[in-house]
Design a protein around this ligand. Structure first.
Ligand SMILES: C[S@@+](CC[C@H](N)C(=O)[O-])C[C@H]1O[C@@H](n2cnc3c(N)ncnc32)[C@H](O)[C@@H]1O
Length: 235
């Protein structure tokens, strides 16, 4: 397993790997064709170097959650070089009311996401915000008029899943139908988040066991899907 994967806990970015994958994309993918961009990245990750994208096994699981819940406002924490933004924004592209917001702490990667999503033909569907959640709550509200989200996708530093969930809860970012999807809850793992959500009185959570991206089924991983518990109607 690669150094980048082992260090996902501390998020050390291997820029040479990002450079290599992007060179491969610009050489082999069709501009404006998001599916071709995703397939080209998958090929690179299976045949050349592993990358920490949601990938072609877990990505479709998250896409199914989107299909079921039909969110209009999706906020992602952790964009890397744009794979998940491309996959999920492309899935929403025929719905003019939906926008995919990705919050990426690394300013270099935030610029990369701008470029890759434009290359994939999704520049209009994706908004890239630089920084962490706390730094962007006001940006979401003042610049984009968003005070609540329909879906929150946690895919950033695993140690921050719980604190960012608690921040979002405290700042009323969730409404009664918000769905919260967390990647990598088994590998590298977010044990405090998993324990908190599995035992939360106001959220019902389902752990979907699957495999780590690009691991050929050799490593286990899981996606946690959480929704607020609906209060029974008083009669
Ligand atoms: C696992 S990668 C994201 C993969 C991406 N969602 C995909 O599937 O293509 C994690 C990313 O989170 C970013 N990150 C780390 N801590 C963050 C934070 N507190 N807020 C936002 N982004 C963060 C890292 O810079 C890295 O790009």
């Amino acid at each position: 397993m690669s150094t980048e994967n082992k260090k996902q806990g501390t998020m050390v970015i291997d820029y040479e790997r990002v450079n290599q994958v992007l060179k491969y994309v610009y050489a082999n993918a069709i501009e404006g064709d998001a599916e071709s961009v995703l397939k080209t990245i998958d090929t690179f990750c299976y045949e050349h170097q592993w990358c920490m994208n949601v990938g072609d096994v877990k990505g479709p699981i998250v896409r199914d959650v989107i299909a079921e819940h039909k969110p209009k406002v999706i906020v992602e924490l952790g964009g890397y070089y744009g794979y998940s933004a491309i996959m999920f924004a492309n899935f929403l592209k025929n719905d003019p009311d939906t926008i995919y917001y990705t919050i990426e702490i690394n300013p270099i990667l935030a610029c990369v996401i701008e470029k890759t999503t434009r290359f994939a033909g999704l520049g209009d569907k994706v908004r890239v915000l630089t920084g962490n959640l706390s730094q962007n709550l006001e940006v979401l509200k003042n610049k984009y008029g968003i005070s609540q989200v329909d879906m929150l996708f946690l895919d950033h530093i695993k140690d921050a899943y719980l604190s960012d969930f608690l921040l979002a809860e405290e700042r009323c970012l969730f409404h009664k139908n918000t769905v919260i999807v967390a990647d990598n809850v088994i590998t590298p793992g977010a044990p405090d988040y998993l324990a908190h959500l599995m035992d939360h009185p106001r959220f019902s959570s389902k752990l979907i066991k699957t495999e780590l991206e690009y691991s050929f089924g050799m490593e286990e991983d899981g996606i946690l899907v959480s929704v607020p518990v609906q209060k029974p109607i008083a009669v």
